[in-house]
Design a protein around this ligand. Structure first.
Ligand SMILES: Nc1ncnc2c1ncn2[C@@H]1O[C@H](COP(=O)(O)OP(=O)(O)O)[C@@H](O)[C@H]1O
Ligand SMILES: [Mg+2]
Length: 587
């Protein structure tokens, strides 16, 4: 109680002022980001500002009805998550309370002040040690494993605990609290540990990502790839396909673990996620996708501060699985809701507003978040990665607003959704002219080796055709396509094929929903082959009308929907050859 004597304060104080999610307490000894219990109902909150006598707290639960004079108690702890077996398949709120436990405790209507641990503390897990007595372990070392779902959960020495020599280690069935290993230093290790969410988990080294996160989405893998350990943003107006894209990534990206943070765009959207996600099947294992997923859900009736917390909770869980040596992909849908939460809290704090009312630290918070992505060498010497993909929902689809602009400065991949494309039912409605990937150079060798030495060439070719089309479109709009030189009429046709055959992809078709790189390459090559024939024919005197009339190419789009497409593709290519031969010989 040394502190008390010095300051006249101790861990409990009283409430002075309540302003929505932000409350002020006095006479409490607190540090930044201490977790406090607010009011008679002990609502959970976090210290976000200390100003003279006043301690300002953001509360993760609805504060209506709480009155000045009610008690406030500082736990002296930081907001932390429980990390251990039981994370997978879980659905949490922003402060890692399992929604199922909340619902059991109080029915569908979430009451306040309910505390529920993130992990099940009764359940027993079979622990298999991987070290033995006398072995030396250090922070972040793997001491054993638990078969959690079809994922092996590695048990780590917590990164913030000193290492030492293993004095004792047990095999068998344990709860997450039971000691499975002791070190000569006296440190006792169990299957779980806690980690403060605002502190990035340490790694040995961050590395330059050189392998793409393959998503099976042609416009992403083919034109604008994200690296494993990379960052990407999907901005787009309402209804343009942010959620569908994020869910496609959750289902199909070749990450081993998925962390999905839903921030409730519309009223019922999270409800949809909550009912739909558990139904989704993991296309690789045929088992429920939830077996390798942790879902964090903020419904729109949850207070804004919980959204803030959910982002940190999610990224910390992602880092934890990365530390086991896994590739993790984290989706946040939508980061705009998080930014709005920051704006609301900031305005309650009466801080000087920055652009459009967002706090001046918006950019810093966003970059701290995305910087937690990366391909790393873990403390135990393995490679692991966290890829972060954030949706952004700019009001009215206007990309010049602060959240989109600040995100753009940080992330390396930009998948710009476009309302005009979604209105035309061109899906995914990603605009190929303003999207980009800054990983093309670092991924170049991978595509060269793993797909084909021709891939990078054909990709550049396709981008050129699409850009050329955009220029030509301006002319076409003025004078009509017949006024274009014949070669450029061919270009327009080839660009149309790239868009309609390659770029358009139906997330709801059983086959087209996922397209591997070798099929992507075959499809692009087929279009290229048409293009080569077409220009050759054109210079030999065949008219654009005849070229556009080549029938066999009309069968190309069907390739998307055929699983074993190769025989059909071969047939089309042969037919195309012979059609062009006929055209040229009669030209
Ligand atoms: N890749 C896709 N394939 C087919 N339909 C899509 C695709 N992307 C989006 N859509 C259509 O657009 C609708 C809106 O998408 P959604 O992801 O909910 O938008 P947002 O999250 O941006 O508001 C979907 O319900 C679906 O009909
Ligand atoms: Mg959405």
């Amino acid at each position: 109680m040394e502190v008390k004597e010095k300051t006249g304060k101790d861990r409990s104080g009283v409430l002075k002022r309540i302003a929505g999610p932000v409350v002020t307490a006095v006479n409490i000894d607190a540090h930044m980001y201490d977790v406090v219990k607010v009011g008679n109902e002990e609502l959970m909150g976090e210290v976000i500002k200390i100003q003279g006598e006043d301690t300002i707290i953001q509360v993760y639960e609805d504060t209506s009805g709480i009155k000045p004079g009610e008690p406030v108690v500082n736990t002296g702890l930081s907001l932390a998550v429980e990390l251990g077996p039981g994370l997978l398949t879980s659905i949490y709120d922003g402060i890692q309370r399992p929604l199922s436990v909340l619902v059991d405790k109080m029915g569908d209507f979430i009451e306040r002040g309910v505390s529920a641990p993130g992990l099940d503390h009764q359940k027993k897990w079979d622990f298999k040690p991987l070290v033995k007595e006398g072995d030396r372990v250090s922070p972040g070392s793997i001491i054993g494993e638990v078969q959690e779902t079809n994922i092996v959960h590695k048990i780590l020495v917590p990164p913030n605990v000193g290492g030492g020599t293993v004095k004792n280690i047990k095999a068998g069935s344990f709860t997450v609290d039971e000691v499975v290993c002791t070190l000569d230093s006296g440190t006792a290790l169990s299957l779980m540990h806690k980690w403060p969410v605002r502190v990035p988990r340490p790694v040995q080294e961050k590395m330059n990502p050189t392998i793409p996160l393959i998503t099976g989405q042609r416009i992403l893998d083919g034109l604008f790839p994200i690296a494993k350990g990379g960052t990407a943003a999907i901005p787009g107006p309402f209804g343009s396909g942010k959620t569908v894209t994020q869910q496609q990534l959750a289902k199909w990206s070749d990450a081993e673990i998925v962390v999905y943070i839903g921030c409730g765009e519309r009223g019922n959207e999270m409800t949809e996620v909550l009912t739909e996600f558990p139904e989704l099947e993991d296309p690789k294992s045929g088992k429920p996708l939830m077996e390798r997923t942790v879902l964090i859900a903020n419904t729109s009736n949850m207070p804004v501060a919980a959204r803030e917390a959910s982002v940190y909770t999610g990224i910390t869980i992602a880092e934890y699985f990365r530390d086991m040596g896994y590739d993790v992909s984290l989706m946040a849908d939508s980061t705009s809701r998080w930014a709005e939460a920051m704006r609301e809290i900031s305005s309650r704090l009466e801080e000087m507003p920055g652009e459009e009312g967002y706090p001046a630290y918006l950019a810093a918070r966003l970059s701290e978040f995305y910087e937690r992505a990366g391909l790393v060498q873990t403390l135990s010497g393995k490679n692991g990665s966290v890829s972060v993909i954030g949706a952004v929902s700019p009001p009215g689809g206007d990309f010049s607003e602060p959240v989109t602009q600040n995100t753009l400065r940080i992330v390396k991949v930009f998948w710009a959704l476009d309302a005009k494309l979604s209105q035309r039912r061109h899906f995914p409605a990603i605009n190929w002219l303003n999207s980009y990937s800054l990983y093309l150079d670092t991924l170049h060798d991978w595509y060269d080796k793993e797909v084909s030495p021709e891939w990078n060439v054909i990709r550049s070719w396709a981008m050129e055709v699409l850009q050329k089309e955009a220029e030509l479109q301006e002319i076409v709009q003025l004078v009509g396509s017949d006024a274009l030189p014949e070669a450029e009429q061919v270009t327009i046709e080839v660009a149309r094929m790239i868009r309609e055959i390659f770029l358009q992809q139906n997330a709801y078709d059983a086959v087209d929903t996922f397209c591997d790189m070798s099929k992507q390459y075959d499809m692009m090559k087929a279009i290229r082959s048409f293009s080569d024939h077409a220009y050759a024919a054109q210079s030999a005197g065949v008219t654009p009308l005849q070229i556009i009339g080549v029938k066999s190419k009309n069968d190309l789009p069907q390739i998307k929907f055929i699983k074993d497409y190769k025989p059909e593709l071969e047939r089309i290519l042969k037919a195309m050859d012979s059609e062009f031969n006929t055209l040229r010989s009669s030209a």
